[in-house]
Design a protein around this ligand. Structure first.
Ligand code: PLP
Ligand code: COI
Length: 358
């Protein structure tokens, strides 16, 4: 792919490595540039890297009215050899295309997506935040740009990649387990819907649930299926729990659960973790009984932004609290976190092809 470069004047660009004094937070900072490519006349064209800045978009653009927009979330890490590596970026590229297909958006060749992401990181490599636990968060997304009010797939789109120097998603970090709200009031997805894709609208639809969770002092809602009998996932991560023999259980992927690359990674790492990692249908009643009896000793969430986020307790709408184990971060969850982050940081080698040098 021939990428056109229209870079900021060097006097306005970062000139030395970013060494933040304070915690960088999650998703608020931007780098100097973004990658853009347009779709028109039946093909993706004009790949380019330009200064990060606002778009010109028609007020009638399909994405603004009907939400024809999908996104991805991935991360890049700095290794001791001074090089930046993306983590399983091929899986993100595949999933962007699966999500795109669900929303009738034309696919983008995976190799082109990866080349675009790596070229952008290379351009803005001085933005890698030199701070313990920080990384470059990568946000590729596609949105429908045609100026038309009929409800049908747009004929034009823009693909954009932006970067955000970021720390942990939950601001209190790994050592402060979160609380989740279990409620029958909100559902994230239904069979045959868009739940298994990263459609922008799924996240807009989770905002009310997020507000309700906050009213209960919870970080997010733990979504149940439409019959309120099975545990599905959390708004920005898959759910997992750990049995007292160390077995890690992730709800089985269905078309109402996002196929998390982090979950898939743990399923593949099984042996290295020294425990079984498997997927099951998780019945809510059984889950509650097993937490109460001590059969389930730890729980949490898996995700790119969330990494491994321990859950200390659940709260129900009647204010009943269900505490997992002693409510603190357990040794198995810590092992999961350490194993994944050591691979990502390059402290130990991961399976072939997981880390790709920019
Ligand atoms: N579930 C939802 C709804 C998400 O938004 C995310 C975040 O991407 C995940 C799960 C975790 O997926 P992954 O590990 O691929 O980031
Ligand atoms: C990610 O983990 O990358 C996500 O996309 C979750 C996001 C909603 C913060």
């Amino acid at each position: 792919m021939q990428i056109a470069y229209d870079l900021k004047p060097s006097s306005e660009r970062r000139t030395e490595q970013f060494k933040p004094k304070d915690d960088v937070g999650f998703g608020t900072l931007r780098t100097d540039h973004m990658f853009l490519m347009d779709y028109r006349d039946g093909q993706w064209c004009e790949p380019r890297i330009v200064p990060y800045g606002p778009f010109q978009i028609a007020p009638g653009a399909v994405a603004l009215h009907y939400g024809q927009s999908v996104f991805e979330g991935a991360k890049a890490f700095l290794h001791d050899d001074g090089e930046i590596y993306t983590f399983r970026i091929d899986k993100n590229a595949q999933r962007l295309n699966r999500s795109a297909d669900t929303l009738c958006i034309p696919a983008i060749d995976e190799a082109i997506q990866i080349e675009a992401i790596h070229a952008l990181i290379d351009t803005d490599r001085l933005w890698f935040p030199m701070q313990q636990g920080a990384c470059l968060y990568i946000r590729p997304f596609i949105f429908a740009t045609q100026d038309r009010l009929s409800v049908s797939p747009s004929e034009t789109y823009t693909f954009c990649v932006m970067l955000s120097p970021s720390g942990p998603y939950y601001s209190d970090g790994f050592d402060a387990p979160i609380r989740l709200l279990i409620t029958e009031r909100f559902h994230r997805a239904v069979a045959g819907g868009t739940g298994a894709s990263k459609a922008a609208g799924n996240y807009a639809a989770s905002l009310q649930a997020g507000k309700a969770a906050a009213e209960y002092g919870a970080a997010q809602v733990l979504y149940l299926d439409a019959t309120n009998t099975q545990i599905e996932e959390v708004g920005a991560m898959n759910h997992f729990h750990i049995l007292k023999d160390g077995t890690v259980i992730i709800p089985r992927f269905t078309d109402t659960i996002l196929k998390s690359i982090t979950s898939e990674s743990f399923l593949e790492l099984g042996e290295r973790l020294g425990c079984e990692v498997r997927q099951e249908t998780v019945k809510l009643d059984q889950f509650i009984a097993d937490v109460e009896s001590g059969e389930i000793i730890e729980a949490g969430g898996f995700g790119t932004a969330a990494v491994v986020s321990p859950v200390g307790s659940y709260i129900f709408e009647d204010n009943r609290v269900l505490t997992v184990g002693d409510g603190q971060v357990g040794p198995h969850t810590r092992k999961l976190y350490q194993t994944l982050t050591e691979i990502q940081k390059g402290a130990v080698a991961g399976p072939e092809g997981w880390m790709r040098q920019v």
